[in-house]
Design a protein. Structure first.
Length: 92
């Protein structure tokens, strides 16, 4: 039996309330590029959330494009997760 190669995917999001109405895709990739996105996030102490279904929903969005309104709820959950992680780190 052969295993199907399934490269890791990663998508980076950014949200600046003062500059943008919605979060934006700032980077995305598969395989080596995804690994590099994850490495850079870890190096910068950016929280990472693994959510394959969200990656699939965001995969068709171009870098530097805002996320569509129908994904606001899903992305809001990611930012809520990041906020909680940041708060836990600050308490330590």
């Amino acid at each position: 039996m052969t295993k199907k190669y399934n490269p890791k995917s990663a998508i980076a999001l950014k949200y600046d309330q003062e500059k943008h109405q919605a979060p934006m895709v700032t980077a995305k990739g598969k395989g080596y590029v995804a690994e590099e996105i994850i490495k850079r996030a870890k190096d910068a102490n950016v929280p990472i959330q693994e959510d394959q279904s969200l990656i699939e929903m965001l995969a068709n969005i171009n870098v530097n494009d805002k996320i569509p309104e129908e994904l606001y709820q899903a992305v809001a959950e990611v930012f809520a997760f990041i906020y909680r992680v940041d708060q836990q780190i600050k308490q330590k």
